[in-house]
Design a protein around this ligand. Sequence first.
Ligand code: SF4
Ligand code: SF4
Length: 84
Amino acid sequence: MSRMPKITISVPHEGGAGLTGTWRTFRPIVDRETCNHCGICAMFCPDAVIDPDTLEIDLVYCKGCGICSNECPKKCIKMVREEH
Ligand code: SF4
Ligand code: SF4
């Protein structure tokens, strides 16, 4: 399947309160066997923490919102509860 065209978007960076994500209660886990590399998860992530090329998720900044999981057409992103 062809990749989505690249668009210019902002990227997350450390805010005044420090790194984000320490309060996250769920983290996304991708089933790489099922993923078809469509890139839709990267397009929908509100914090742009999914690399559109590698599809790696930067868990330092991921807030665990689950939007990527909800939008994935293959349903291969599972939200797993964090063990703090
Ligand atoms: S859970 Fe939310 S913040 Fe984390 S990668 Fe998915 S869409 Fe982005
Ligand atoms: S939306 Fe789902 S199938 Fe598409 S790249 Fe992301 S994880 Fe893979």
